[in-house]
Design a protein around this ligand. Structure first.
Ligand SMILES: Cc1cc2nc3c(=O)[nH]c(=O)nc-3n(C[C@H](O)[C@H](O)[C@H](O)COP(=O)(O)O)c2cc1C
Length: 377
């Protein structure tokens, strides 16, 4: 028997907010802003269509110009961008949903044709990776990343400052909280790993030094907007792919990070378990995590209804985020709750993941709409 207060469809408190169910919409870059990285009314429509999620986490939002790695991703550092985001937060709140913004610094995974400067990184080590370049003749296209420059102390202070200002901007834009992108080989993750961080100062070398930037960012934002509105996404087990090299120390380092975060009372910790490759998280590690961290945990990566229920029943996680299923099923929670079939990605869906307009973005129907359409024939 499922315990009454431990199922996917029951509310839970995540820091300062109460969400209606344990199903979150995972952060997903869709690259549909205007030039200037300004969020649009179409994005507000897309997020409001998905407001049945217990919590929506927006696509990664660059916190500054140097944080950008992909064209057309919505920033959160100019007045116009804050105004643009207000459309989405308002639309989601009108439908009784909750929405966090994912705060993003890509670090070395960028190119000067996107930011006008060399990418920032813990160390000057290039990653072989492609990013979504600027508009050129023939449209947008993927371009190879560039050799980054190692950040100095001033740059580190700037990054902490920019994250903090972006979090304040998020409050002004009406978000319920912020999720710091500490996963997938982006800046904060780059600092954690020996493969990308070979610094010899206070931010490199020992595990304590490599986790310093992460902790300073979390604490600075928490001081500014309240820890109960702050979350962080980590991906200790996502190794190959997305510029994220395997580092055998990551599980141990992650447990140390969690020990430091436990007393802060964050809204949740979000573990991205796989994106392009499968690497099963050992059950022992899940137990270790629970031993050091008792506050809300979210997990994400190839979950389906029954695996999501199981992980919540086992109490390894409190919330499960779904990614691609939310692209194709705006009413995903309703469908899961009522055991209705899910719309699958079309064979050409990948071409509408990034860039473009309504197609593959806001034109996926709810189950109800599909039925109505069928009845017309
Ligand atoms: C189109 C697309 C864009 C994504 N963009 C982001 C992003 O901006 N930030 C992030 O942390 N993860 C991003 N992800 C990863 C998802 O959050 C999620 O971890 C992944 O899709 C696995 O979950 P799923 O199997 O339920 O789709 C993206 C995934 C997809 C498919």
């Amino acid at each position: 028997m499922e315990s009454q207060n431990n199922t996917l469809f029951q509310p839970i408190s995540l820091g300062s907010i109460k969400v209606n169910n344990r199903i979150a919409m995972a952060p997903m870059t869709r690259s549909r802003t205007t030039e200037g990285d300004i969020p649009t009314p179409l994005m507000a429509e897309y997020y409001s269509q998905r407001a049945g999620a217990g919590l929506i986490i927006t696509e990664g939002a660059p916190i500054s110009n140097s944080a950008r790695g992909y064209s057309m991703t919505p920033g959160i550092y100019t007045e116009e961008q804050i105004e643009g985001w207000k459309l989405s937060t308002k639309a989601v709140h009108q439908k009784n949903g909750k929405i966090f913004v994912q705060l993003w610094h890509v670090g070395r995974r960028s190119h000067s044709s996107i930011t006008g400067e060399k990418p920032w990184a813990p160390s000057a080590i290039k990653v072989s990776d492609k990013v979504f370049g600027p508009l050129q003749e023939g449209g947008y296209g993927m371009i190879e990343t560039e050799m980054p420059r190692a950040m100095n102390q001033n740059d580190i202070d700037t990054v902490i400052h920019d994250f903090t200002v972006a979090a304040k901007n998020a409050m002004e834009a009406g978000f319920d909280g912020v999720e710091i992108h500490g996963a997938h080989g982006y800046l904060i993750d780059q600092f954690l790993r020996t493969t990308s961080n070979q610094r010899t100062d206070a931010y490199g070398g020992s595990q304590e030094n490599r986790m310093r930037l992460l902790l300073e960012v979390v604490k600075s934002i928490s001081k500014s907007i309240g820890a109960d509105k702050v979350a962080i996404r980590l991906s200790p087990f996502v190794s190959e792919g997305m510029g994220n090299e395997h580092d055998p120390e990551m599980p141990e380092l992650t447990l140390k990070v969690l020990q430091q975060l436990q007393p802060l009372g964050l809204a949740y910790i979000h573990f991205s378990e796989n994106i392009s490759d499968y690497k099963k998280v050992p059950e022992e590690f899940r137990k270790d995590i629970r031993n050091v961290y008792s506050n809300p945990i979210m997990v994400c990566g190839k979950y389906v209804k029954n695996t999501a229920e199981t992980i919540i029943e086992k109490r390894y996680a409190d919330v499960v985020a779904f990614g691609q299923d939310f692209i194709t099923n705006p009413d995903l929670v309703y469908r899961l709750e009522n055991n209705l079939p899910l719309t699958q990605l079309r064979s050409d869906s990948h071409s509408t993941f990034y860039g473009g307009g309504a197609e593959g973005f806001t034109d996926y129907p709810t189950y109800q709409k599909m039925l109505e359409k069928e009845l017309q024939y």
